[in-house]
Structure formats: C-alpha cells, structure tokens
Design a protein around this ligand. Structure first.
Ligand SMILES: C[S@@+](CC[C@H](N)C(=O)[O-])C[C@H]1O[C@@H](n2cnc3c(N)ncnc32)[C@H](O)[C@@H]1O
Length: 395
C-alpha cells in the first residue's frame, strides 16, 4: 500500500469505529481485523502502520469526531508527512480543503473529563489515561518462577510492585512464545495483578469469583491457592466464561468449577454457596475508564445513562456477593474505573445497606487511599486504573 492508501484505510476504519461507538457495534480491534480480512493485498507492515494511525487518531480525539477524515486531519496538522498523503491520488484521500473541520483534541468527552476531575484526578494527569499501555504478564507459579520466565523471555523485565509481574515490549506476540503456550505466563495488567491480591486466597480456602469473565483474576487466585481448596468462577456471559476452561488447562489448574448465571436470578444457581465462602471477589462490570489505554474508543461509547446502569449492576452484584460470604469472611470489590460513582461511592452505599459489615485497610504495593478503598491509576502507578476495597462480614 502507498502511504496515501494507508491514510485512506485509516480514515475508513475510524469512520467504522465512530459508527460502532454511536450504535453499540463491534470494538475497534474487531473492526480492524475484519477490514484486513477482506484486503489480502495489505501486508503486515501496512496493517501495522494503518493500525497505529487509527489508534493515534482515536487517542487524539476527546469528543467523538464527526468523521474519520476529521480525526486523521487533526493528526495531519502536526505531521507534514501525513498531511502530504492527502494528495487526491487514486487510492488516497482528497486534498485538504481550506477550513475543513478537525476533530477536537482532548482526553474524553467534556462530561467525563469533569466527572474524573470531580473524582479526584488532576486535570494534568488525565492525558495518561489514553497513553499507550505496556504489555504485562503474570508469572504462573504453578508452572514457573519469575526468574525462569525472565531467562526464557530475554526481553521481559520484572515489575517491581508485583511479586509475579513481568513487562514485555509493546507489540510482543506473546501467544507465540513457548512460555505462554506452556502456561508459564498469562497476559494481565500489573494493576489487575495488584488489586486481585486484596482478597486473601490461602491454599484450602473456599472462594467465589462472582464476575469471573474469562478468568484473568480466577487464575491468579488459583495460583495463590496452590491448586488446593474450592474456587467457583461465575459469570452471566457464556462466551467469556467458556474461555476459562482452556486457560485453566494451560495453567495447570484443576480446582476451578465454572457456573453460568442467569442475570437477576443468579442466586438460583448458587444456593449451595450461600453463607459458605471464605472470600468472594466481585470484579464488577464497569465503564472501564481505567482501561482507556487499551480501548481508547470506549470513552466515546459511555453516556451518563450507561454509567447509571453500570452503577445499578455494581450495587446488585455487591449485594449478591455479600449473600455468599460466611460470617467473618471477605468480600473484595474491584472496578477498572476511576469514577467515584463506581468505586468509593459504591462501597459507601453498600456499607449503609449492610449494617455490621466494615471496610478494612488494604496493604497493597501501589495505589493511594480513595474513600474506604484504594485506587491505582496510570499517572502514579503506570498501571491501568482500578478501585479496590475489602469488606468484612459481621461474625
Ligand atoms: C470486569 S469483567 C470481569 C473480568 C475478569 N474478572 C477478569 O479478571 O478478567 C466483569 C464481568 O461481570 C460479568 N457480569 C455482568 N453482570 C453480572 C452478574 N449479574 N453476575 C455475574 N457476572 C456478571 C460480565 O459478563 C463480565 O464478564
């Protein structure tokens, strides 16, 4: 592809991503994969270049842009080589017309930037929310030590704040590495590794991971439990939960049971666990404001109404989790969001609804206190953004 054709491809892709954000369509990565599936003439260098341009355009536009062209033109204003590709050639974009509209630069839509600042983030820190994320992995101690992984992957470096974390150069094809195929490492952001450790998980414990998804935190819990005890992984999403089985097999974990839950009737499938769990992890569905580094277009999809629906689901799954905890047991609440409405305020509201429960201090190697929990963010911790709180049931 010529440089101009790459620019045109990026414009078309940003158009598709904008439409998907407006209509609740597929994620940017999926759209990019589909686009190239139909364009076999694009080589790997073309794909990489187009993808980088697409993500740079998404990152630069805080508000949802009017068009892909407006978003890419914003980048072209500061990049003479990119501007030169608007040459009107057969496969390239039309020349830039005087006064053509540009996408407005920013971190997020104005209402979200305001909500983040009201949640205690400094305006100067906001740009870190859409920086490029590193590629972090967790060493699976059931199969290897961190030193063995560092020896096997020479480009990997220890992540100091985590006992099991290693950071790889961005873009590493991790799934092709023998260390990945043999279950020595799992892809998991350092922040996710750190907040997951808020839940005690001793060998022999009985633990429920209520919103397990594809099991990123479940597998970390299983490793800390050394494969001993009972670990129940639940989710309402069949597709996500079904990915946990093969991952557990690769990781050499045998003590995970999965259960698919019916939304709003979750307890029907959990009667045998009511009041029985030593610990329950509620890694609740959320707006994902802490993971914009990985999914920058997510900030164009969020609306105040969607945020309210997330908050209602979070209260619901927290109450559900509390039902499963034994007297004196732990309920750990996590969201990958930096908004108080989904973090500190959820915990305050939970404690008002559940007299006798208390929040206990957390001793984590990263993050700062926020309300009755701890918050990690890209600016201070070089991780995705998370809120975590540990709640203890009355005896
Ligand atoms: C933040 S994701 C979990 C990520 C996962 N724990 C990990 O570490 O990879 C939240 C999950 O909650 C699930 N979920 C949504 N509503 C739920 C409900 N009512 N009960 C249980 N899980 C629910 C979603 O399907 C989603 O997979």
């Amino acid at each position: 592809m010529t440089p101009a054709a790459r620019t045109q491809a990026a414009i078309e892709l940003v158009d598709a991503i904008v439409a998907a954000a407006r209509e609740g369509g597929a994620a940017a990565d999926t759209l990019i994969a589909r686009y190239f599936a139909n364009r076999r003439y694009a080589g790997s260098k073309d794909r990489r270049a187009v993808r980088e341009l697409v993500y740079a355009a998404i990152r630069a536009a805080g508000e949802i842009p009017a068009s892909g062209r407006a978003a890419v033109l914003t980048l072209a204003d500061g990049d003479a080589a990119l501007a030169a590709t608007f040459d009107g050639g057969a496969h390239g974009p039309a020349p830039i017309a005087p006064g053509e509209p540009r996408a407005s630069r920013g971190v997020a839509p104005a209402w979200l930037e305001q909500a983040l600042v009201a949640s205690g983030l400094a305006a100067t820190e906001l740009p870190t929310l859409v920086d490029r994320a590193p590629l972090d992995c967790r060493v699976n101690h059931l199969k290897a030590t961190r030193d063995e992984v560092l020896a096997a992957i020479p480009d990997a470096a220890s992540i100091a704040a985590t006992p099991d974390g290693v950071r790889l150069p961005s873009g590493t094809a991790v799934e092709a590495l023998p260390a990945f195929r043999d279950g020595w490492v799992e892809v998991q952001d350092a922040g996710s590794q750190i907040v997951g450790r808020a839940l005690p998980a001793d060998p022999g414990a009985r633990i429920v991971d209520l919103c397990a998804g594809a099991g990123g935190k479940t597998l970390a819990l299983a490793a800390r439990m050394e494969g001993k005890g009972a670990l129940l992984a639940c989710d309402t999403d069949r597709g996500r939960l079904s990915r946990l089985g093969p991952r557990a097999e690769r990781a050499g974990v045998a003590n995970i049971e999965t259960r698919l839950l019916d939304p709003k009737r979750e307890l029907d499938a959990l009667t045998d666990w009511i009041g029985e769990a030593d610990g329950v992890l509620v890694d609740a569905p959320c707006s994902g404001t802490g993971t914009w580094r990985r999914n920058p277009e997510a900030r164009w999809r969020l609306t105040p109404a969607r945020l309210e629906r997330f908050a209602a689901t979070q209260a619901h799954v927290l109450d559900l989790g509390a039902t499963l905890v034994r007297p004196g047991g732990d309920l750990v609440y996590i969201v990958c969001s930096l908004l108080d409405a989904e973090g500190a305020a959820q915990v305050d509201a939970f404690l008002l609804r559940h007299p006798g429960w208390r929040a206990v201090p957390l001793d984590l190697p990263a993050g700062r206190p926020r309300g009755k929990g701890v918050r990690l963010d890209p600016a201070h911790d070089a991780t995705d953004g998370f809120f975590v709180a540990r709640l203890v049931a009355p005896c």
